[in-house]
Design a protein around this ligand. Sequence first.
Ligand code: CA
Length: 220
Amino acid sequence: MRVLIVEDEMDIAQPLARLLQAEGWSIVVAGTAAEALEKLGQIRFDAVLLDLGLPDQSGFVVCRTVREMGDAAILVLTARSDEDSVVRALEEGADDYVIKPFRARELASRLRAIQRRRAGKRNYRFGTLRIDADAAQVFENEVPLPLTAQEYRLLLLFASNPGCVLERGVLLQALWDCGGNFVNDNTLTVTVKRLREKLGHEGARIKTVRGIGYRWEERM
Ligand code: CA
């Protein structure tokens, strides 16, 4: 599990980083919002531990960006015990929060609990697109998208393999296997085209890899 710690107080960040490293997790520390945004652009994190009081910008900015970029777990570390900042963080997409001072071991176990909850849920988020694989529903800006079964299966394949080139043969096989109908190469091309159109601007994530297949871009 890759974890980003966003915290300007190094006497909090460093012991926490050491403890989480001892748990076998890979840790990156950012001391400002700007640094956090830079790291988020470079590395895909599974979880973000986020201090709301940062020296350059509010932690809410980071929270929103993490949510827009994907489905990393967000655990807010806040010195402010006032209800407003906690409520706002949860509204901005945070999963949980701990009030400082906290015990690092408790924080580690909360983080594990979030991971377990998330692992049981097959949900994908790319920009304004949300795929709820448990309910087999897709939302663009929280508006349900009417996809055919084939378009949905194709999207799910892309979403679960971000950044990977999926060969046409693999896609054909997957669509054919699930649908029970024969899918030819031309049908695949047409299905991809229709899916792109229905996804609107998020459809630009489907890149054609000439002569091979398609790739789903996690970051645009
Ligand atoms: Ca702080």
